[in-house]
Design a protein around this ligand. Structure first.
Ligand code: DQA
Length: 146
């Protein structure tokens, strides 16, 4: 089972960026924790992609077709704006879980609406780096029909 983990703009700045909101963990640490966590599942393979550019994320999602069984995505700021990423997820029809480190419902008004989540099977938000681990657990179980 192959799962693609996509992180959007400014998530390469984790560890430096607003630590009171996003914590002190770097993206590399989160990816390593995900790899460690994935070992409990039989034959789950992870691939990681981060981009600050909407078009690159769209292309990565398109190229995931027929290769990846599932996607975990933190679209970051594009969550609230990107019809293009939403359409790409719908186009490839790969089960996708949306993740946020912060609880977007508890923050500014403009963060409360997620456009991209309308293309996803579910959303996990507010648990910091553990949002990613929860997303992986839920996605693997979903793909295994458990
Ligand atoms: C975020 C929430 C977004 O509103 C914000 O633009 C981010 C990070 C999160 O993980 O909490 O960049 O997706």
């Amino acid at each position: 089972m192959k799962i693609l983990v996509i992180n959007g703009p400014n998530l390469n700045m984790l560890g430096i960026r607003e630590p009171e909101i996003y914590g002190n963990t770097t993206l590399l640490n989160i990816n390593n924790e995900l790899l460690e966590f994935s070992k409990q599942f039989e034959s789950v393979e992870l691939d990681f992609f981060q981009s600050n550019l909407e078009g690159e994320i769209v292309e990565k999602i398109q190229k995931a077709m027929n290769i990846f069984d599932g996607i975990i995505i933190n679209p970051a700021a594009y969550t609230h704006t990107s019809v293009a990423i939403t359409d790409a997820i719908k186009a490839v029809n790969i089960p996708t879980v949306e993740v946020h480190l912060s609880n977007i419902q508890k923050r500014e008004e403009f963060r409360k609406n997620s456009i991209t989540s309308s293309a996803c099977i579910g959303q996990i938000a507010g648990f910091g780096k553990n949002s990613y681990l929860a997303a992986l657990l839920c996605l693997v179980k979903y793909l295994k029909n458990e």
